[in-house]
Design a protein around this ligand. Structure first.
Ligand code: ZN
Length: 115
């Protein structure tokens, strides 16, 4: 397996995720590699209908944000494994993860059997 190629794919995906998360959240200044959704400012003087819309919008964007963050953590974990020379090993059984699986998902943490 070409680990360097996988690393490039992961770095590219990390950049994409960071820019997506940057649209609806921000980097947590106190925890490295941690992100948090930015809460929309609900103005005190906004009427109740506007406020309800804002809350719905916020709930949707924080759900999207959570998905992005889960994926982001997987990508970071895969990159860390490459650094340690432990890339492509199933986290459940310790056997090599199938190359076909890694080709589809470079951040796959487990083999096909244990996904
Ligand atoms: Zn396995």
């Amino acid at each position: 397996m070409n680990t360097e190629q996988q690393r490039q794919k992961l770095i590219e995906e990390r950049q994409n995720l960071e820019s997506e998360m940057g649209k609806i959240g921000r980097k947590n200044p106190s925890v490295p590699n941690d992100w948090e959704p930015t809460a929309g400012d609900v103005g005190q003087e906004a009427d109740p209908i506007d406020q309800a819309e804002l809350v719905t919008e916020l709930e949707t964007s924080s759900a999207i944000f959570t998905d992005l963050e889960v994926r982001y953590d997987q990508v970071l974990a895969a990159l860390a494994k490459i650094e340690k020379g432990a890339y492509g090993v199933c986290e459940t059984c310790g056997k090599p993860v199938e190359e076909a699986r890694l080709a589809v998902d470079p951040a796959a943490p487990t083999c096909i059997e244990h996904k």
